[in-house]
Each structure stands twice: as C-alpha cells, then as structure tokens.
Design a protein around this ligand. Structure first.
Ligand code: FUL
Length: 461
C-alpha cells in the first residue's frame, strides 16, 4: 500500500497559520543580478543541483511492521536490524551515480533513529546494538567515508510524542531534535521537511513554526539546503512519480507556496514548473521510490523499477532541470536488497554509457546573439555522426534565462527539427530518434534576460 502526499493533504486543516511573522533571512543568499534584479543561485544550491542524483533512504519501525505510516504505538523492541550496513547503502548509491544520500532520521511514527534526549521512543530503547546503536551516526560516518554528502529527513508530524498538538511545547521539542541532528553529526548538506500535519496521540492539531525552524537550520548549518514544498532553498516538484515539468524554472514566486502542505492547482503547477518571473531561486527536487512504497515490503521485492525505468526517470528529472532523489528502502537486515543493488548498478552504467560517446567534442562552435531575447548556436561537426541524445546546459550561476528553444540537425544537407522546448536551466537532456548529422543548430527564441552562451552536446548511445 502506498500513501502519498495527497493522502496526508487530506489531514491538513484549511490553511496553516503562521506562528511567526518574519521569514528567515538567507544567510547564504546570492545577490540578485544588479542589472535585472532576477534571482541567482547560492553556492549551496549550485552544489546541491550539480550532484544531480541523491538516494533517499526510508528506514525505521515501518520496515519491521510492513507499513508505510506507523501510528506511533510501535514498540521500539521491534527495531532490530540484523546486519545494518550503511556502507553498503553508500556503495550502491555511488554505483548509481549518486553523490548524496538522505535518511529518514524520524518518520511520522516518531521513532528516532538516533538516541535523542527528547524522547524514549528511539533506538536507545531497541535491541539494536544492545540499545547503544545510532543509525544516524553510522549513516553520516558512512557518507563521509564514501565521499558523498549526507542529508536528514525529520518529520514534523509525530504520532508518538505526547507533546504533539501542544503547539509551543512540541515546536520546542522539534527544534531540540533538529539541534541534536545538526550539531552531533558534522556537516549536513540537505535538511528535508515534509509538511504532513495530522492528529497527534492526544487528538490535537499542531501548528508548526516554519520560520523558527528554518532560522535554526541557517544558524546551525549555514551551508545546508532546506527542502520543503515552500523551500526555502529547494522545492518539492509536486508529484511522487518522478516527473518534473517540461517547463521547469528554478525561480518561483514565494507567495504561491508560502508554507509546506498546501494543495490546489496553482500550488502544484508552481511546484512542477516554477515561475518564469519568480523572485527567488528555488530549484525543484524530484522524489520517487524505486519500489511502489517508500519503506521496504517483502511483497514488493518483485516490483523494483528496472534500470530502463530508472533511466527514464533520470530524463524526466535531471534531464528537466531538476535533481532526482531516488528512494531505496533497506530491508529488515538493514541492507539494500540484492535486486535494488543490481538495478542501481545497471542504471548507473546506462546513464554513464549514454553520455560516454560525445560526437560534438571537436565541433566548431559559433554563438550569435540575434536580439535581446534570442541567439543561435551553430555546431559544425568534423564528420557526420550518429546522434541519439542531446544535452543542453545554461550557465545558471548567472541565472536561468532561456524560455524557448529548438534544436535542429543537418542530415544530408537538409535541416531537421530534433527537439523543441521551453526552459533549459542547469541541464536539459533528451533522447531523440537516432539521426546521422554533420551539424547541429540551437535557436533560442525567447529568454527572460539576454541569453548567455548555452552548451550543446550530442551523443551517440
Ligand atoms: C511524504 C510522507 O508522507 C511519505 O511517507 C514519504 O516519506 C514521502 C517522501 O513524504 O510526506
């Protein structure tokens, strides 16, 4: 059974009132363009997006109960991974090409994968490593040893904590949990907030204090990016199917999605596509699971997405100016299942093979600006070559500019349309029907600022 964001949106009360009026000032905020005032990415946002692929790890009591959402009444005694091996997670993620991992330190059931001082509902009360275990520690150590970045998910909805629903008391507890996570384990690169907001054990509804939460993260880990529907640094892409908008701006209008957990067409559209005239830089993250559920279920061992499927997801996320956060749930052993590991490896091989044979590396390039919002790039190949994949990149340090483009290829002296689109951003990659061409042409026909040279490459394979 898979529960989606849509399910818990049903739990969200009319609109979430804000407990504090002020939004956090961005400590690492990049100054907007002086000429146009349009937003630019911060160094942290750039690094985050250039990782392209991260692996999401849903692990906790649900792994042992075969559920997607625990109700908070699970006994910590059930948390008993027999062979936890976070290094195996990291190795499998790296084989897929990932440069970061994000772990559910606490899901909605409230069970903490680290020994928190804020609750007894944690690994400390479990048989795991005799009650002296700390999954967050093993995870962050393994990431560091493997040279990949570590991120943590801390669910605000907590179905176990008795203070949940007692707004001020629980908000203080939540901040204490964040403080533990962000001060005990070294650099944390991404802090992942979902907006689920259901009933607590006492039946009361909690009002979250997002501004205070975001300020705390800025203070404790200024180089981390924060994910939620409402950012502030990176946004949810609006679905859990692995599909970013074909139009995908990294800029958004913050007023459209001011807090996590809102629904409605305008909200979902802004999440999926961003906003052409958005005033803040908030690129989209596409989260999707390698299996039907987020947590491991034995019945889903035969339903692991194939390497072909995963490659298709790569094109609809990374290939559409997004980052892919691919979930891989460990089994009750505490290891990724052999099928998932094999598919991750084959997926990584497919993507690297696809971009292994560039045919444009030694092409002669000529870039011409043809107007305030238009430009042309001509690539003359040294010899005719088969092209099956196109890859375009904007210099996003200087903002996202292109709003409409087309690529054509010269086949036996005649130009043929190959790809037409709106945004490019960090990366726009697409498979095309194979052709043998001796020249490529990119025409930019609309842009929100004068277009800067765009990198275009063609690949065989
Ligand atoms: C949602 C949760 O309700 C799901 O269980 C899962 O963790 C997904 C990634 O986020 O908000």
């Amino acid at each position: 059974m898979t529960l989606t964001r849509r399910d818990w949106l049903a739990h969200v009360a009319a609109a979430l009132p804000l407990a504090s009026a002020a939004w956090p000032r961005r400590a690492t905020g990049a100054p907007p363009s002086r000429a146009t005032g349009r937003p630019r990415p911060t160094a942290a946002q750039l690094a985050w997006q250039r990782d392209e692929l991260a692996v999401f790890v849903h692990f906790g009591v649900n792994t042992f109960t075969d559920r997607e959402w625990g109700d908070g009444r699970e006994s910590p005694a059930i948390f008993a991974p027999t062979a936890l091996d976070c290094r195996q997670w990291v190795a499998a993620a790296k084989a897929a090409g990932a440069r970061a991992l994000v772990l559910t330190a606490k899901h909605h059931d409230g069970f903490c994968l680290w020994p928190s001082d804020t609750t007894t509902h944690s690994v400390a009360a479990s048989p795991f490593r005799g009650g002296r275990g700390d999954v967050v520690r093993e995870f962050t150590d393994a990431c560091r040893a493997g040279g990949v970045r570590a991120g943590l998910y801390l669910s605000p909805w907590d179905r176990n904590h008795p203070a949940y629903g007692d707004t001020d008391a629980y908000n203080a507890i939540y901040r204490a949990q964040l403080t533990e996570l962000l001060t005990r384990y070294g650099p944390i690169h991404e802090v992942w907030f979902d907006g689920a907001n259901g009933e607590g054990p006492n039946g009361k509804r909690q009002v979250y204090d997002w501004p205070a939460t975001w300020n705390l993260v800025r203070q404790l880990q200024p180089d981390a990016v924060m994910f939620s529907d409402a950012g502030p640094d990176v946004r949810w892409i609006g679905n859990e199917r692995g599909v970013a908008g074909e139009t995908n701006w990294s800029t958004v209008d913050p007023a459209t999605v001011p807090v996590p957990g809102l629904d409605g067409d305008a909200v979902i559209r802004s999440l999926r596509e961003g906003d052409r005239d958005g005033t803040v830089w908030r690129p989209g993250e596409t989260d999707v699971s390698i299996r039907p559920g987020w947590f491991w279920h034995p019945a889903e061992d035969a339903a692991v997405r194939t390497p072909e499927d995963l490659e298709a997801l790569w094109f609809t996320s990374v290939g559409r100016n997004s980052k892919l956060l691919l979930n891989v749930p460990p089994t009750r052993e505490g290891r990724f299942h052999a099928t998932d590991v094999a598919h991750l490896e084959a997926f990584g091989r497919r993507v690297s093979t696809r971009f292994a044979r560039p045919v444009t590396a030694d092409a002669r390039a000529k870039w011409r600006t043809t107007g305030d919002a238009s430009a042309t790039l001509d690539l003359a190949l040294r010899r005719p070559a088969t092209i099956e994949t196109l890859d375009l990149r904007e210099r996003i340090e200087e903002g996202q500019r292109v709003a409409a483009f087309r690529v054509s290829g010269r086949v036996a002296g005649a130009w043929r349309p190959l790809l037409e689109g709106t945004t490019i951003g960090c990366r726009r990659a697409a498979r095309i029907a194979p052709i043998v061409a001796d020249a490529l042409r990119l025409e930019i026909t609309d842009a929100v600022e004068p277009p800067l040279p765009v990198a275009l490459a063609g690949f065989r394979g």
